[in-house]
Design a protein around this ligand. Structure first.
Ligand code: DGL
Length: 251
């Protein structure tokens, strides 16, 4: 049985967990929400690196065979330092889905929603550089999206106003594909899709990250499929948001 450690600044990483559990229903999941330090979006890379190391130590103590950094911002700020500091541990990070968006766009314009930290990280800038000659890439911070999800406000007038403010500039620029570059945002995806209309494709990279996790576990020959399947939820702060989103996934 594999022990899969997952972390995020809060409940957003549960959008990745939701995909992982489909592929790996019999493994043991240990999820850590850094709720006391959420959001990460505007924090310095050094701060996030320090948090990521402390959380990794916790997950390794829990026996993690692999760690999924289910946070685009933490991936951008810290995955390279984690890989250097823990060379024996495999880490899977988030990748904004620019590639599938660039390959699939018909209008030639793709929109990326992410946190400020992700958009200025070298990982994202490198990926962007690979595609920007062929497609126009427009970006916007999902201002207030993380806070909505942490409060459990996934629809209704308040969520609509907040989401529209960041989404509309991308639609106005002609984007026909919207990349969700923060793991909190998929919980707002039904609302985002409704505001976009049916002709716009909204991409959540979580299924690809789950497949990559499975690939690495197989490569490492970790015995899979033999456990009863379980999930532990941990948080550095309140567990209220976490429990609420978890209940949405496991009604
Ligand atoms: N869910 C995270 C991400 O993917 C973090 C958002 C935040 O804490 O600002 O970027």
């Amino acid at each position: 049985m594999a022990v899969i450690g997952i972390f995020d600044s809060g409940s957003g990483g549960l959008s990745v967990y939701r995909e992982l559990i489909q592929l790996l229903p019999r493994e043991r999941f240990v999820y850590y929400a850094d709720a006391a330090h959420c959001p990460y979006g505007e924090k310095s890379a050094a701060y996030i690196q320090d948090r990521a190391r402390k959380i990794t130590d916790f997950l390794l103590e829990k026996g993690a065979d692999i760690i999924v950094v289910a946070c685009n911002t933490a991936t951008a700020a810290a995955i390279a330092t984690l890989r250097a500091a823990y060379p024996d541990t495999p880490f899977v990070g988030m990748e904004p889905a620019v590639k599938p968006a660039a390959l699939g766009t018909r209008s030639g314009v793709i929109g990326v929603l992410a946190t400020a930290g992700t958009l200025k990280g070298s990982k994202y800038l490198n990926t962007r550089g690979l595609y920007q000659d062929n497609v126009r890439i427009v970006e916007h911070v999902g201002q207030g999206f993380v806070e909505l999800v942490e409060k459990g406000i996934l629809d209704g007038p308040e969520a609509e106003t907040v989401v529209k403010a960041s989404l509309q500039p991308l639609l106005d620029a002609g984007a026909d594909t919207i990349v969700l570059g923060c793991t909190h945002y998929p919980f707002l995806q039904p609302l985002i899709q409704r505001l976009c209309g049916p002709d716009i494709r909204v991409i959540d990279p979580a299924p690809a990250v789950a497949r990559q996790t499975l690939r690495i576990l197989r490569e490492r020959e970790v015995a899979l499929g033999i456990g009863p399947g379980s999930t532990e939820l941990h948080s550095s702060g309140s567990t209220e948001a976490l429990q609420r989103i978890f209940a949405l996934i496991n009604p």
